[in-house]
Design a protein around this ligand. Structure first.
Ligand SMILES: [Zn+2]
Length: 320
């Protein structure tokens, strides 16, 4: 008998449904207080890191989420998008002080532009241990791009990153978290996993649309960090329709949680506010009928269950 006490099973699918959270945080700007929806104030960031250290979280690179053996302790992955100059000047020194690994998603067209890092600074960031990954070339939403346009976005940025930094990213983050079935298919030919910008617990079952918790001045409280760091994934959720891009707004959805769904609550919202959907539980599938059509823009599903911890499934559609 081993004296190892974690409740780990040998199958990956079961271990991610255990009581060990392995979630991801997303930041953009640091100390740029003019942009509250994408910025984090220095004192907020310090309070997040202090809280996570106090709670005994292990900090890992986003790339480590793909390896089961890295997930057997409660972990947090810090991701930073867009490679703003304020990451170099304000954010990175704080992460270094706390010795925290950071994954930076880089969109290459803006490199050297005003308020963005240049290649020399990116080289320095890389040599200081930051993991640099791909965030397209032009930072366009992939949801309405054709297959060839998406290929061009990826190949151009991969080439520039290789030429300037000598590395080939294996992870991808969708600009604005927006994508489509086609985008996911193309991205899967170049990368091992891809990240969105919607809240939710990390689960390897959504490998090409992994949720991340956005942190900013408006959503940057300690309670937010508490939830973001501690929520757990459902075992394996299927949502229909599966295409995150809707060329026409849709009012009917189905969610299959592969478990008793009677205690699962779903909160659904778009830019116009929250819905009052009719939800029918049929053979443990939740059939959702929205009380109005979603408006153009982002449509979010957040489903939770409380059972020795909070389980949180998140999904984001872009409605045309
Ligand atoms: Zn971005």
């Amino acid at each position: 008998m081993s004296n190892f006490t974690f409740p780990i099973s040998t199958s990956y699918a079961t271990s991610v449904n255990d009581t060990i959270p392995n979630n991801i945080l997303m930041y953009h700007r640091f100390g740029e207080n003019k942009y509250p929806s994408t910025n984090i104030r220095e004192e907020q960031l310090v309070s997040h890191l202090e809280y996570l250290k106090d709670q005994g979280f292990y900090f890992i690179f986003a790339r480590d989420l793909l390896f089961e053996d890295k997930l057997q302790k409660k972990t947090i992955s810090i991701t930073v998008d867009d490679a703003y100059l304020s990451f170099f000047e304000v954010g990175l020194p704080i992460f270094e002080k706390y010795e925290i690994p950071v994954t930076l998603f880089l969109n290459t067209e803006n490199v050297g532009g005003q308020n963005y890092m240049n290649w020399t600074q990116l080289k320095s960031v890389l040599s200081r241990g930051v993991d640099i990954q791909n965030h397209t070339h032009s930072h366009s939403s992939l949801s309405i791009l054709s297959e060839i346009e998406i290929v061009n976005e990826i190949e151009k940025s991969q080439d520039l990153i290789f030429e300037n930094l000598g590395i080939t990213p294996n992870l991808f983050a969708y600009p604005f978290g927006e994508n489509s079935t086609i985008a996911q298919k193309v991205v899967s030919q170049y990368f091992d996993a891809a990240f969105g910008q919607h809240s939710g617990a990390f689960s390897i079952n959504q490998k090409y649309f992994i949720p991340r918790f956005p942190l900013n001045e408006n959503y940057g409280s300690i309670n937010r960090i508490k939830d973001a760091s501690s929520v757990l994934p459902f075992n394996n959720v299927l949502i229909e329709p599966g295409n995150p891009y809707q060329s026409e707004p849709i009012s009917r959805y189905a969610l299959d949680f592969n478990e008793d769904s009677s205690n699962i609550n779903c909160f659904i919202s778009d830019f116009q506010g929250s819905f009052n959907p009719t939800i029918t539980n049929l053979n443990n599938k939740l059939l959702v009928e929205l009380n109005r059509l979603p408006v153009k823009g982002r449509l979010r599903f957040n489903c939770t269950k409380v059972n020795n911890g909070i389980f949180w499934f998140g999904y984001q559609y872009l409605v045309n």
